[in-house]
Design a protein around this ligand. Structure first.
Ligand code: UDP
Length: 399
């Protein structure tokens, strides 16, 4: 008997680049483990299912992420006070319920995976209503933050919750999740990051850099945040002064078209500066580099670790990225400063000291969990309900 494909729905939202990157990573791992057996759909719940103002969540986040203090205050105001949070949750559900029901009906999932703090509780409400009061479809959460995880990620009714650290597991337990609901493998990053590395020269050529010069990578997450323009100028000036003509800088601006255009129009002296927009695959850019300067995004940090890349952190978005600074600094594979001139000098010092770079590279690899994505993918596939070919894959009673 020919078996039909099993439907998996991943709910997330494009606030930054990390949630989609993790969702794509999970999809790739699931499809690699079970080729031609799965139909994995990734949906931005807010952009696709909600009405205004929540439909604009990704755009709102893009603006706020450039102003960490405003972002911190917004989270504090709307998510940290229980009554306000309760009100927001009702409002979000009212504005998303109909869209979410359509999405569930169209994608007919046999399992729903939430990969965003703000999509974790709603699928369960919607499924309960769709299923006439019974939730028949497993719902799992894959937390895509590392250690400082917002409590909104956790709902004790979830079937399984995947976390990436002991700190996150402790918070989940405090929120009422039982040990049997928790799995800890690591942050899901794309399977490409776990493949055998090839040497830097051909990779540098592939990404348009000079093959035989050390390369510093500068990124600001998927949205290109964190004052990339000023940082690029300060780092380029320092590197040009310390290693005239002998080092190159790759600035990846993500979706920040404004900063990309500004930097691309600049004339650089004493250093090759390559300016890019949103690049893929990021693993080529990382594997071609000698170190990375980035804000403390969990995705970028763990991807860099998998490539043994020393990490110079240039900032973090509170509260969710605060713990990532500790992870890098205590892990011994990087440093943190918000001051562009300190960042520039630190990176120059690393480049002048290959032994130090090599030691940090080893520590980075020790912190990496490139295989975590497969463990998560396999567990999720194991949770798919047993197949019953004669029945429809999503038995719905009319709402
Ligand atoms: N990324 C990418 N291309 C780019 C910039 C970023 O693929 O040009 C990816 C990066 O590899 C990572 C994600 O976007 O997987 C950024 O996630 P992170 O958690 O670091 O930060 P966020 O953007 O979510 O704040």
């Amino acid at each position: 008997i020919r078996q039909r494909k099993r439907n998996v729905l991943i709910l997330m939202s494009d606030t930054g680049g990390g949630h989609r990157a993790s969702a794509l990573a999970l999809k790739a791992a699931m499809e690699e483990l079970h080729p031609n057996r799965l139909n994995v759909t990734i949906v931005d719940m807010y952009a696709s299912c909600s009405s205004l103002p929540f439909r604009w969540l990704p755009q709102m986040y893009r603006r706020l992420a450039k102003r960490p203090l405003q972002w911190r205050l917004t989270v504090h105001l709307f998510a940290d006070f229980k009554p306000v949070r309760w009100f927001m949750e009702q409002w979000i559900f009212m504005s998303s319920a109909s869209g979410l029901r359509h999405c569930l009906r169209d994608s007919a999932p046999e399992i729903v995976v939430s990969m965003h703090a703000m999509t974790s509780i709603y699928p369960m409400h919607a499924l309960r209503r769709l299923g006439g009061g019974r939730r028949r479809i497993p719902v799992v959460t894959v937390v895509t933050d590392l250690t400082t995880v917002h409590p909104a990620w956790f709902d004790k009714h979830v079937d399984v919750c995947f976390v990436a650290s002991e700190e996150a597991a402790a918070l989940a337990r405090a929120k009422g999740l039982k040990p049997s609901q928790l799995r800890m493998y690591g942050l899901p990053i794309h399977p490409m990051f776990g493949r055998k590395p090839i040497s830097k020269a051909p990779l540098r050529r592939r990404i348009g850099a000079t093959p035989n010069k050390p390369l510093v990578l500068l990124v600001g997450g998927g949205d290109g945040v964190g004052g990339l323009g000023r940082l690029a100028e300060t780092v380029a000036t320092e590197l040009a002064a310390r290693f005239p003509g002998n080092v190159q800088l790759m600035v990846v601006c993500g979706k920040n078209e404004q900063v990309r255009a500004e930097l691309a129009a600049k004339r650089w002296e004493g250093i090759d500066v390559h300016v890019r927009g949103f690049v893929q695959p990021m693993c080529d850019y990382m594997a071609a580099s000698d170190c990375v300067i980035t804000k403390a995004g969990p995705g970028t940090v763990m991807e860099a670790a998998s490539q043994g890349l020393p990490v110079m952190l240039s900032g973090y978005l509170p509260p969710q990225e605060a713990g990532n600074v500790d992870c890098v600094v205590r892990g011994g594979f990087g440093a943190y400063s918000r001051k562009p001139h300190v960042i520039a000098k630190t990176v120059a010092m690393w480049l002048a000291n290959p032994k130090m770079l090599a030691t940090m590279s080893v520590k980075a690899k020790q912190a990496a969990r490139p295989q975590a994505v497969y463990a998560i993918a396999q567990d999720i596939c194991n949770m798919l309900p047993a197949q019953q070919p004669s029945t429809p894959n999503f038995a719905l009673s009319a709402p």
